[in-house]
Design a protein around this ligand. Sequence first.
Ligand code: PBG
Length: 330
Amino acid sequence: MTPAPFPLARPRRLRATPALRALVRETTLTPSDLIWPIFLMQGRSESVPVPSMPGVNRLTVDRAVEAAREAASLGIPALCLFPYTAMEHRTADCSEAWNPDNLTNRAIRAIKDSVPEVAVMTDIALDPYNIDGHDGFVEHGEIVNDRTVEALARMALAQARAGADILGPSDMMDGRIGAIRRMLESEGFQKVTILSYAAKYASAFYGPFRDAVGATAALKGEKKTYQMDPGNSDEALRLVARDLAEGADMVMVKPGMPYLDICRRVKDEFGIPTFAYQVSGEFAMLKAAAANGWLDGPRVMLESLMAFKRAGCDGVLTYFAPEAARAMND
Ligand code: PBG
């Protein structure tokens, strides 16, 4: 048989018009895929820019409530709160972490009072309260596990009492999901959900975040004895299995863009709600290139977010959330 003079299969046919492209698009992105991380600070009616994260501000609690209103109007279902803790509240015993009136807990109550339809997610880890900048207690130069886990459970309970919808343990201690779940069950908070930072890597992409929460100067040493080694992938699956068995409802992979392979493996293996955190360094990188005119900022923003969906994620924590939602709503 002589070969056909022209290709019979022409995949370009389906790329020819916007209508056909829309019809066959496999993955879509909507504002309801986004969780918006915000930084809190003390005071009233103030926002202070974070230099390494253009467009991102630390917000006082009243401004955080305004952000929640903005989220609701844009169709963003959830905010995630990170406190910039004043230096006088950082101690070796980290007791501010479970103070019912700490910045995070005040913000949870204020947001749930005014904008109850927006889900509030929190961060559970000791680093904002720790003079050593670590996610756990430091004893003789080591980050200790079990004592930290007890403290994390107390912290979780205080956040649940304040009205948090989603607890986000980001500390990477062993056994914390089980300890938090047991605490929630025994105190009557059966409905509070846990989005576990199950596969959180010891990454250099967290730099701007540590500036935003004032942890860069405080941090002594590295986090490699608790956060994952970037070379590992099977281990991520073991950690997800472990966290699900201990009572996690959803899991996270963090950072995002450099770890999309992990997102895909987790989704394929478990089929559970899977999120990625497009972290501060990923955001800063795209913003810096856009500011230099080297990349088209709005387009790379949406393309990077679509990548998470395509890799199997149900949603993304991203500092682009309000900007991206506005772009999608246009
Ligand atoms: C710490 C925490 C970190 C981030 C979220 N929670 C930083 C760290 O582990 O040092 C990073 C988020 C980001 O970079 O955007 N518990």
